[in-house]
Design a protein around this ligand. Structure first.
Ligand SMILES: NC(=O)CC[C@H](N)C(=O)O
Length: 464
């Protein structure tokens, strides 16, 4: 069966094609002559599945989209502290190449790495202050190629064209050098920066690069951890507040996806944990963002419910409570003992809010009723407490810690506790009381522990 997604993507393109406004970037000759009828979109999932439509093989220069990735490389090579010393993380509120707004008024520190001043400073931090232009651009080209999953190349014509008219960027670099925010030769920083901007990509490359960010820095297909998760969080944060230059506020409100655009008409969006998107169309609006590209992203965000501030998925159903009766004993004339077990099942990628709910639910079910909570403690008489993490995909640090504390508290109360943890999400090493606490991988083991091997689960009981 064919996937309906490419059809959907084609419809998105057709819906935005009638938008005629905008101009291709005029100051780089090759871009000024671009075929403005070209239009493409791609989606890449965090497992590496990719969908695309339109002119998805057409290459264009990455331009400012490179800034996001080079920022991550600067963090890798110089460390976050040094990067923050040299480049801020505040939106400038001005154009990407605006000189007075790009740097802090009192210190001249670049406002953020998504505009030219900050991007030139980030470029200068790659490899190290004594590196040559070739060494820096080599490192960048290799990293971008690994992100895209294929060998990329610098478009020499675009590079030469932009270098001819690089007075503005040179001016910025000299200001940064004078103020101590770049250590290398300003001309080298600009040449390298312009080369990084001239690397050619298509929308499929960009979607895969974005998906790598969504996947915590791990390239979905090769499985290579290209950037540490910490750096990716930093990059996505700055993309959110500064990625669309002085249109960042409107973008966040309308699209709600961390993003970065470039003057050749490309845009990437990276929705953490979900998917990377890329769009391409050369005509730009006054702020330098692709007109159709913005419209494509707005439409997809709306249609597909991608806005990161959407509160429609409230973490509500992460905890389920059920009760089972286990028949223990029986054999050799011994009476059958019915043991009531209360099971708390957790689900999904559990963080603080999920664990807070579990903690509250455990307290509600197992503590005595109070005037405010007369219905509490219905299962206080349970013989054992089972916490099932069978459907848990991950527990973050705080969730793990609260769960540890909850288990310790139950043990102190003298309860028998069994945790079903097939993927060792809990990673509990210290077990105080081996008689009353067990970690198992399967429900059957939990049942054996509660009722002795061969015990029966009351058929009317809820499933675990
Ligand atoms: N917004 C952009 O894509 C700008 C990149 C371009 N190379 C410049 O420095 O002007």
């Amino acid at each position: 069966m064919e996937s309906p997604i490419p059809d959907y993507l084609n419809r998105v393109l057709e819906a935005t094609r009638p938008l005629e406004s905008g101009q291709p970037a005029g100051y780089i000759e090759t871009l000024a002559k671009a075929d403005t009828s070209k239009l493409a979109v791609a989606l890449a999932m965090v497992d590496g599945t990719i969908y695309s439509a339109g002119d998805d093989q057409v290459e264009f220069s990455i331009q400012s989209i490179s800034k996001a990735f080079v920022y991550a490389l600067a963090i890798d090579d110089a460390g976050l502290d040094k990067v923050l010393e040299k480049i801020g993380v505040e939106p400038s509120g001005g154009a990407y190449n605006g000189i007075p707004v790009s740097v802090d008024r009192s210190t001249s520190r670049p406002m953020n790495p998504m505009i030219n001043a900050g991007a030139i400073a980030a470029h200068a931090l790659v490899v190290g202050p004594n590196a040559t232009v070739e060494e820096r651009t080599d490192r960048i080209l290799k990293a971008l190629s690994r992100l895209a999953g294929r060998q990329l190349h610098v478009d020499e014509t675009v590079y030469e064209d932009e270098l001819k008219d690089s007075g503005r960027n040179m001016g910025i670099a000299y200001i940064l050098k004078a103020a101590g925010f770049i250590e290398c030769d300003p001309q080298d920083a600009v040449k390298g920066y312009i080369r990084q901007c001239a690397i050619n990509v298509n929308v499929r490359d960009l979607a895969m690069m974005a998906a790598t960010l969504c996947n915590g820095g791990k390239q979905p297909i090769s499985g290579d951890q290209i950037f540490p998760q910490q750096s990716v969080r930093q990059v996505l944060s700055v993309m959110t507040t500064c990625g669309m230059y002085d249109a960042a506020g409107t973008w966040v409100a309308n699209v709600g996806i961390p993003a970065k655009s470039g003057v050749a008409g490309g845009i990437i969006g990276a929705l953490p944990g979900q998917l990377g998107i890329a769009a391409f169309s050369p005509k730009l609006d006054k702020k330098g963002n692709s007109v159709r590209g913005v419209a494509i992203c707005e439409k997809m965000s709306r249609d597909m419910g991608l806005h990161m501030m959407d509160a429609s998925q409230i973490s509500r159903s992460t905890v389920r409570v059920s009760v089972a009766i286990i028949e223990a004993g029986g054999g050799k004339g011994k009476p059958v003992e019915k043991r009531k077990v209360i099971i708390f099942s957790l689900k999904g990628a559990v963080r603080f809010t999920g664990l807070e709910r579990l903690s509250r639910t455990i307290a509600h079910e197992l503590s005595p009723p109070t005037p405010e909570h007369p219905d509490a403690g219905k299962h206080r008489d349970a013989y054992a407490v089972v916490i099932s993490l069978r459907e848990v995909y991950s527990l973050n640090k705080i969730a793990r810690q609260i769960l540890h504390d909850d288990i310790q508290r139950l043990l102190i109360e003298g309860r028998r506790v069994i945790v079903i943890d097939p993927t060792t999400a809990l990673r509990m090493e210290t077990v105080k009381d081996e008689n009353s606490f067990h970690i198992v991988s399967y429900e059957a083991e939990a049942r054996d522990f509660i009722g002795g091997s061969g015990c029966k689960l009351n058929p009317s009981s809820d499933l675990w």
